[in-house]
Each structure stands twice: as structure tokens, then as C-alpha cells.
Write a protein that binds this ligand. Structure first.
Ligand code: ZN
Length: 212
């Protein structure tokens, strides 16, 4: 795995090749962005949306966090980073689609399922525990039916997390409003790292099926 000095060497290659070849594109992007799609993905190093969807700079507006989650609409004091990004994408950039992309072998979802970090202090897993605690309700049926360990339970938790975030996304009045008007489409997806397959959620059936 590369350290940051090696990443800077990569920057040098980018600057001398890709950037040079796409100078016109970067010049246009310097004037502003107008992506059509927002993607909410996990911070996990293996699931970079720009790579998975093979898109160029300027094409997707991305938020990544532990377990690819959207918190519920809350106006309590605090620093609501995901909410700020959703607000900016939906209300200012006017994206027409928001995709929540969970993934296989998600450590955040595993922590939600096992609750192993529950009760830990900040700095010792407490921040993660609090964050994935948003999945407690979604976790219940999974833990009851499949237990809290093993790949089957973990996958069920990952898929349930996508659905929970979709529900939370709809708790934002401006998201619900734009969806009701037909101006915004919300989508759920799951990327399986081991086989590289992207599955899309059919919200009518609740099932995830491989994308074409
Ligand atoms: Zn993850």
C-alpha cells in the first residue's frame, strides 16, 4: 500500500498526463460544477464511486462516510456534514438522482450488527458506535433472524442499512418534496467487493438485483 509521498508522485503523473490531456475540461470545471447525480458511499478504501462508475471529474457529487449513511433530518445543534452535502446537492446543484451505495465486507455495518464498540469512549470507538447506532432499528430484525456474526447476517445488515438511509433521506422535507414532484429519484445500491458486482435495489420488491 502507498504512503502519502507516493501519492504525491502519483499527482505528478496526473498533472503531466491526464490533466494536460483534459485541460479544456478542467478549464470549464473551474467555472463551476453541474453534476446530475449525488452518490453517498462508504469511506472504505475499496469502494471509490468515481472508479466504480468510471466517471470523469465534475460528473458525480460524492459524500463518503462510515457505512454510507444518511442521518435523519435533524435540526439539533451540531455539525451536520452529511445534511449540508445533501442540502447543497439537492437544493443548489439540483441533482436529479441520489444514490446510496452500500458495500460488501463493510466494517461500519459489522460494528452496527455486533455492537462491539457500544459504550466505548470517543477515540476508542465511541464516535463509530454513536454513528452506526443510527442503524439500531434496522439491525433488530437482522440480529433476531440471522444472529450478529457470519457473512449472511453481515450482508443482510449492509442491505438493511441502504434502506434505512433511503428512509432517512426522505425525512428531509426538501428531498421528499422534490421526489414527490418527480424532480428527484432516490436509489439504493450495493457493491460486492469480492465479485465486483453492483446490485440495485427495487424498492417495490425490496430486493437487490445485479445491474445490467
Ligand atoms: Zn463500509
Amino acid at each position: 500500500m502507498k504512503n502519502f509521498s507516493q501519492l504525491v508522485e502519483g499527482y505528478g503523473r496526473f498533472r503531466s498526463t491526464d490533466w494536460q490531456q483534459q485541460r479544456d475540461r478542467w478549464a470549464t470545471l473551474a467555472e463551476g460544477q453541474s453534476p446530475k447525480v449525488m452518490v453517498i458511499a462508504c469511506s472504505d478504501s475499496r469502494v471509490d464511486p468515481a472508479q466504480i462508475f468510471d466517471v470523469d471529474p465534475g460528473e458525480i457529487f460524492v459524500v463518503r462516510n462510515v457505512a454510507a449513511m444518511v442521518p435523519p433530518y435533524e435540526t439539533t445543534p451540531g455539525h451536520h456534514g452529511v445534511s449540508a452535502a445533501v442540502e447543497f446537492a439537492v437544493q443548489f446543484l439540483k441533482v436529479s438522482e441520489v444514490v446510496i451505495m452500500g458495500h460488501g465486507m463493510c466494517g461500519g455495518c459489522q460494528a452496527a450488527l455486533t455492537q462491539d464498540l457500544h459504550g466505548n469512549d470517543p477515540g476508542a470507538g465511541g464516535f463509530v458506535a454513536d454513528w452506526v447506532g443510527m442503524l439500531d432499528e434496522a439491525r433488530e430484525p437482522v440480529a433476531r433472524e440471522l444472529g450478529t456474526t457470519g457473512r449472511e447476517a453481515e450482508l443482510a445488515m449492509e442491505l438493511a442499512a441502504v434502506k434505512a438511509s433511503l428512509a432517512n433521506l426522505r425525512s428531509f422535507p426538501f428531498v421528499k418534496d422534490r421526489e414527490d414532484k418527480g424532480e428527484l429519484v432516490l436509489r439504493g445500491a450495493h457493491f460486492a467487493i469480492s465479485d465486483g458486482i453492483l446490485r440495485l435495489l427495487d424498492e417495490d420488491s425490496g430486493e437487490f438485483s445485479p445491474a445490467d
